[in-house]
Design a protein around this ligand. Structure first.
Ligand code: GTR
Length: 325
């Protein structure tokens, strides 16, 4: 009798754990510094919808927008440790860690958004996604973030000389510090969330970013001169914690990777609309936007290229990017 009861109990435990394994519900937490409605936030929500649909509701992605989980650089570390499951971030904060990301963050490396798409959609993009893995992250997809330009509270920038002695916030990456140095300005790396008050209190004169960030962050309210030197077309990336990734079945990994890839075209469309709308809105609210002759800015970047394309492999990567039609 006892042995029959033991067998029945053991079978019940087995059945319960088997069904738990089949129907195991998974929730992945994803971070973004931008507010709800921003193209990257909406794109990751779209990944969540696709994943939910394709796993019959078993996998959910919760997007924590507006830096609810912290400033970008801190959330990247937490994603590497597996505290945060997914993260949508700029490539900038990875520059000091992953040299390949510094190459695609070099000023004027991409001729325009189409050139960037052709490079990042091809084998070079795959190479860069793969470069995240030794750092505890799985690179899933690249998103658009337009072109970054300088803005400040003092005056329109019309030439390189105008940057002389001005203080600009940059992302926490040495590439961008050296970029501002090469232009004669003074760079202060700081988290995105601190920029508004730093401009308002005069700690810095301005910063640099794309139009949707300039608008949604409110920086346009305190730094009304936006000068279109378009020095950086730096892609953004959706990454996943490798610790979390390794706990998933190969089938679930494939669903997530495919959904991320499928969200790219959606994000690009949202981006194009947001970029246009942001420029119109900041101008309507009083910002002064001016065009600039970019050639002197491009010419000033030679020392930055020399410093970061500093191995035959990275030099070759620069050349391969430039060779993409
Ligand atoms: C934005 C980017 C963010 C963040 C921010 C910054 O354009 O989308 O991920 O990097 O710039 O300047 O910190």
């Amino acid at each position: 009798m006892k042995s029959l009861r033991t067998t029945v109990a053991a079978l019940a435990v087995l059945a319960a754990s088997a069904s738990a394994a089949f129907a195991q519900e998974i929730t992945l937490r994803s971070s973004d510094t931008h507010p709800d409605g921003y193209p990257t936030v909406e794109a990751v929500k779209h990944v969540g919808e696709l994943v939910k649909e394709r796993t019959d509701g078993r996998i959910t992605i919760e997007v924590f927008h507006s830096a609810q989980l912290g400033e970008e650089k801190d959330t990247i570390e937490q994603t590497q440790f597996g505290v945060i499951d997914m993260n949508r971030v700029s490539l900038g904060p990875f520059n000091n860690l992953i040299p390949e990301t510094a190459v695609v963050s070099l000023p004027y490396i991409f001729r325009d958004a189409e050139h960037m798409h052709r490079v990042m959609d091809g084998p070079i993009g795959d190479e860069i996604l793969a470069a995240f893995e030794p750092h505890g992250l799985i690179g899933l997809a690249f998103y658009d973030s337009g072109a970054r330009s300088f803005y400040n509270s003092e005056k329109p920038i019309e030439s390189v000389e105008d940057l002389e002695g001005m203080k600009f916030r940059v992302m926490q990456s040495d590439v961008f510090v050296d970029m501002v140095d090469a232009l004669g300005g003074d760079a202060t790396p700081m988290p995105y969330g601190e920029v508004y008050s730093a401009i308002e209190t005069g700690v810095i004169d301005g910063a640099e970013n794309n139009p949707p960030s300039y608008q949604t962050s409110g920086h346009a309210e305190v730094a009304g001169y936006y000068s279109l030197d378009e020095h950086l077309i730096v892609p953004e990336v959706l990454v996943m914690s490798k610790t979390r990734w390794d706990q998933l079945s190969p089938e679930d990994q494939e669903v997530i990777r495919q959904a991320a890839q499928d969200s790219v075209s959606v994000q690009r469309e949202l981006w194009a609309e947001a970029e246009k709308a942001a420029l119109e809105e900041v101008i309507a609210n009083g910002a002064q936007v001016n065009e600039i002759d970019k050639q002197p800015f491009i010419d000033a970047m030679a020392p930055v290229y020399e410093k970061y394309a500093n191995t035959p492999e990275l030099q070759d990567l620069v050349e391969r990017i430039q060779a993409v039609e």
